[in-house]
Ligand binder design. Sequence first.
Ligand code: NDP
Length: 280
Amino acid sequence: MYQIIDGKAISTSLKEELKEKVTALKEQGIEPCLAVILVGEDPASTVYVNNKKKACEFIGIKSLSYELPETTTQDELLALIEKLNADDSVNGILVQLPLPKHIDEDAVIGAISPLKDVDGFHPQSVGSLCIGRKGFVSCTPAGIIELLKRSNVEIEGKECVIIGRSNIVGKPMALLMLRENATVTVCHSRTKNLKEVAKRADILIVAIGKPKMITAEYVKEGAVVIDVGIHRLEGKKLCGDVDFDDVAPHTSAITPVPGGVGPMTIAMLMKNCVDSVIFE
Ligand code: NDP
């Protein structure tokens, strides 16, 4: 029988722990503060931003909300970031992506102070992760490490195969698994014999962006499978990159969609916000 890795329950425990930490910080007169910037009115981004604000409220983190019109220029956005970088009462800065097409995302990410980069996307944060220095780590891969550890999945010495090499999931995931002493293989759209490579994995992490692409043929008997993908099917049901019903019986543990990796992403953002208070 396989274990379902319950991201909802694990993220709730993590948020409870953070709430206690924030209460203790407030007793010392310290109030963590996250500035959240949304440009435009993309419906999905609006939902994400509202969820982040709700999580802040639950934990006791102050959130400052900047909802800017679609017509905001890059210079205006950069000026706001500069102001927030200089504001000592602001610990974390989050710019919701994607940005409107006329704004260069790299320029915006690069403008956020690495000391306030709670999304972990700044090149300095990525570089620090790469060479094992302190810095913020991208929330989804950091959440997966937390899920594995809190589900008592041993990582050290295990064969880990990651499918996907994006800057926000696949690449930082590979670096984190390496830091945990796994033997890491990263696959992508040009990988040959993907099924054979994936079948080597003790821990298979899938971040492809293709609904239910990973079937039992890709999975070694008894592997742990982490599904990062999230897709809304017709009829509004959610599914991941893994065909759960086909794959689950062959695993020792697996994350569901919804209720697996997703809830951990916001919880880790909150953790980064709390850490940002003491990060220097
Ligand atoms: P990207 O589209 O940026 O990256 C997808 C990766 O998958 C690329 O590296 C691509 O390879 C690889 N890939 C695509 N097709 C194949 C294939 N047929 N075989 C092997 N590799 C393939 O996606 P993200 O990393 O941003 O996201 C992946 C999924 O995770 C999405 O469904 C997204 O919605 C979800 N997601 C969920 C989050 C959460 O909180 N739960 C957070 C972030 C993402 P190549 O580089 O060669 O193009």
